[in-house]
Design a protein around this ligand. Structure first.
Ligand code: BDR
Ligand code: CA
Length: 317
């Protein structure tokens, strides 16, 4: 980062094991000023997401950061959870119910308020289906004047996870993702191509789990639950969504290319795919039918894994 002033950020999440890892990092990194957290249905139902988010903030001893409940289902699709996050959406670790409560307003209202109230442009970090963000952009388009950049976890250049070609967050609400892409602000796509690569080694996870500090211990438990379990005795854990927050703090840790991206909205096997155009020159389609306007995104194609693991560990411990 170029200034000493903490960067104002807002996380829109579906906590979610790796969303929790993202929150822990954002709370503890001195370069970030986490101004609000908004919740959306995704990994679990939206009430579960709110509860999990408040639990994480409480366990981490975070200051009083406003948390708001957002969309309980996608714009058009029906609700479909991500079973890898357990029954409660956060690994079924048996965590106590939070004493904190959510803000007395919906997520879109809180997003608008915090974005416009910030003395410096805000970086938005969605790590979930883009429903809240699409509703925000359609309801209060004036917010873009105080958004510096959107760094979102979603999409994939190569292989999907929810389907062979579609990543979960985009697949869950493809129309919302399509709206996000036309926001008219700089956007970084932190997709599956980099998301899956940043894994904390087993010995580090073991050390975190043994910590007497609740936030650090929670980070270790979440990572161990997340896997991949390459060694039963010493499971490592992927940082997942937390990598997108690392990309805000340290953009030089990823390699990006400015590329045209489109979300497939067609029914059928490609629905929810992010079609990233990596061709060096126009093809037959453009020669015959002319070019089409498409949003250009900074698409993350490479990541310095060790650098992000170290960055995350240093802040969270
Ligand atoms: C995304 O889906 C969710 O399960 C994770 O939290 C992450 O945001 C990965 O496809
Ligand atoms: Ca997520």
């Amino acid at each position: 980062m170029t200034t000493d002033r903490p960067l104002p950020v807002i996380i829109d999440c579906d906590t979610g094991i790796d969303d929790a890892l993202a929150l822990l990092f954002a709370i503890r990194h001195p370069g970030l000023d986490l101004r609000a957290v908004t919740c959306v249905a995704g990994n679990t139902d939206v009430d579960g997401v709110v509860r999990n988010t408040l639990t994480v903030l409480e366990q981490a001893g975070a200051p009083d950061i406003p948390v708001a409940r957002g969309a309980e289902r996608p714009l058009i699709e029906s609700v479909r959870r991500a079973p890898v996050h357990g029954q409660d959406g956060m690994g079924d670790l048996g965590l106590p119910a939070p004493a904190r409560t959510s803000a007395d307003m919906d997520a879109v209202t809180l997003l608008r308020r915090e974005i416009l109230a910030s003395p410096h442009p805000v970086t938005l970090i969605p790590t979930a289906p883009l429903t809240n963000i699409a509703l925000l952009l359609r309801t209060h388009p004036e917010v873009v004047r105080n958004i510096e950049r959107i760094v979102f976890m979603g999409g994939a250049v190569a292989t999907g996870n929810a389907t062979p070609v579609a990543e979960f967050n985009v697949w869950h609400d493809p129309e919302a993702a399509a709206i996000l892409l036309t926001a008219g602000v700089p956007i970084t796509m932190y997709g599956l191509d980099v998301f899956q690569r940043v894994v904390v080694p087993g010995p580090d996870v073991r050390r975190l789990r043994a910590s007497s500090e609740p936030g650090t211990r929670l980070a270790g438990e979440l990572l161990a639950h997340r896997g991949p379990v390459t060694d039963e005795q010493d499971p490592g854990g992927g940082l997942g969504d937390a990598g997108a927050v690392c990309a805000v703090v340290d953009p030089e840790g990823i390699t990006t290319e400015l590329l045209p991206v489109e979300v497939s909205l067609a029914p059928g096997p490609t629905r929810g795919q992010t079609v990233v155009d990596r061709r060096p020159r126009p093809g037959e389609a453009e020669i015959h039918h002319g070019t089409r306007e498409q949003p250009l995104l900074d698409v993350a194609l490479g990541v310095d894994v060790e650098r992000y693991v170290k960055l995350w560990l240093t802040a969270v411990e």
